[in-house]
Design a protein around this ligand. Sequence first.
Ligand code: DON
Length: 304
Amino acid sequence: MNYEKTFQEIYNELQNVEDFGHVADYIPELAHVDPNQFGVHLTTVDGKHYAFGDSEVRFSIQSIAKVFSFVLAYSRIKSDIWERMDLEPAGTPFNSLVQLEYDKGIPRNPFINAGAIVVCDILVDELASPKENMLAFIRSLLKNNAIDYNPIVAYSEKKSGFRNYALVNLMKSFGNIKNDIDKVMDLYFTICSIEMSCRELSESFLFLANNGVVPHSGEQILSPSRTKRTNALMQTCGFYDEAGQFTFKVGLPGKSGVGGGIVAVHPEKYSIAVWSPRLNKKGNSYKGILFLEEFTTKTKLSIF
Ligand code: DON
């Protein structure tokens, strides 16, 4: 199958679709991105690569990083992670506060902001040097020491992150944040600021399509059972209050970020990353979702 030809076809089709999306600007630094960039990269579990467009350009991965931090916590934590957060779809925006009050500071899942902040609290306890250890973990997934945080983006979000501070304070009041709030939020904003290209994202997520084993090193990051569960969480919670739509249209477990990136995996087959910076009203890439919908429809490569 020549996926590059399919990518070109879908891209051409989407040129005729008006992009109703907007670049994220609630994090001021993200507003500077050229919104017309577009990239896609697919890596198969047996090592084949298919690329199109700006697939080598790095961008801010934002919430996609929540999968890396969750996997690192899930693979190392000694206590029960599910006492600190639930594993149900929230059906609310990624930064919503409403359920957290009703649920007494227990986030609905690890991929909404509240859940990802609790994961950071766990990592502060579990890791000797959380930022360095996190980066080393991501670099090991694709053998690339150039992956890094962007301190300007992290600082920009910190200065405007009032909602995230509201979430962490609310959870602290319920006793679900153990560490100093500033330490936890520093890790959260830093992790969100990681920059990667479509190629790097697709390669680094490949272990989730490969029963938890990193293809290039043979390292088992997660057990097959935990890999299944992580994919299930991406399927049900990876797109917030658009998770049902994404499942309906694309039919793959995946995760989005407000930088305009989306990664999706087909267990046993491939991992695909797409990037288009303009976001829909739910904070997910507008054309990224359209692209993936066309891709799984044309190739019949969804899990359903
Ligand atoms: O906390 C935030 O609002 C951002 N750092 C991440 C949000 C995000 O990427 C939501 N995903 N579509």
